[in-house]
Design a protein around this ligand. Structure first.
Ligand SMILES: [Cu+2]
Length: 296
């Protein structure tokens, strides 16, 4: 069942609980509305956007599901605590309780307020760890892209294809129709649709962070260290935008990420062009068995 349908179901259930929950219903309905509205947009931030960007691929879908589950849990807990506070405030107000109770212990309640939160946390840990280990599994990928953070641009290397290129933000004055201010770049990362891609993320100077919200990937880029991550690019021509997510100096805001998912045929055509334009200096091992994607 899609998440929006799940939320509607929760709303329907809450609605039957009575008019006291009217406010919660409005808030949840609003959130569901925003989620459905954003679901049709591009993989870029929208003006006045609430909630996450529409998820693309299995990782982002799992992350969004976890986020929505936690939203329900945290809303329920907050409302429960609020209700308790209002109850004790009214029930035990000074005018009705001139002689205050001296009660300081209640074993049953103390056990309950320890055990129930523990059970909630264990319940949350299950989907949370499932997602964590799923994002960690980088062996089952089709291709490899090495991402290097620099002050203030990204460099992308396709080791198996023998290409490498820098990717700079397009200045506002040079924007062409269809390009997005602060997000479009001169050389986007072009990838074939429906592909699982291993990312090897590193840095050449200070700390950066490779962050593409719609694909639910965020990996730090350190000098002298290579972090592995993977993205599950779904079927469909789509451009995914991201930004450096670690303050890295004056132009931190001006080193966006643009990942362009295209059809396999378009990718092949781009690769032909890229092999001319972005060829690496070093000789490359092209033997199928030596592909990095197959190395675990
Ligand atoms: Cu940065």
């Amino acid at each position: 069942m899609p998440i929006s349908a799940q939320i509607r179901k929760v709303i329907a259930r809450v609605s039957t609980a009575g008019s006291a929950s009217h406010f919660v219903v409005s808030v949840l309905a609003g959130l569901a509305g925003v989620m459905m509205a954003t679901a049709a947009q591009a993989a870029a931030p929208q003006p006045w956007q609430l909630n996450l960007q529409p998820p693309a691929g299995s990782i982002a879908e799992m992350a969004t599901d976890l986020h929505n589950l936690l939203l329900v849990v945290i809303t329920a807990i907050s409302l429960f605590v609020l209700a308790l506070l209002i109850y004790v405030g009214v029930r035990f107000r000074a005018s009705q309780n001139p002689k205050a109770s001296k009660t300081s212990h209640n074993t049953v309640i103390e056990i309950l307020w320890t055990v129930i939160p523990v059970l909630i946390l264990v319940g949350i840990a299950v989907p949370s760890f499932r997602l964590l280990y799923y994002t960690d599994r980088t062996s089952d990928t089709d291709m490899v892209i090495k991402v290097s953070g620099n002050q203030w641009y990204w460099n992308y290397t396709y080791p198996d294809e023998g290409i490498t290129f820098d990717s700079y933000m397009v200045d506002e004055a040079d924007l062409e129709p269809g390009q997005i201010r602060l997000l479009s770049v001169d050389n986007p990362v072009v990838v074939p649709e429906g592909t699982r891609i291993k990312l090897l993320v590193t840095g050449n100077d200070v700390m950066h962070s490779f962050f593409v919200p719609a694909l639910a990937v965020q990996t730090y880029a350190f000098i002298g260290r290579t972090n592995e991550a993977w993205i599950d690019v779904p079927i469909g021509a789509q451009t995914y935008y991201g930004q450096c997510n670690q303050i890295c100096g004056t132009n931190h805001a001006y080193m966006p990420i643009e990942i362009k998912a295209v059809s396999k045929a378009e990718y092949a055509a781009w690769l032909n062009m890229a092999k001319q334009e972005f060829a690496m200096d070093m000789p490359v091992v092209t033997d199928e068995a030596m592909k990095l994607a197959s190395a675990n």
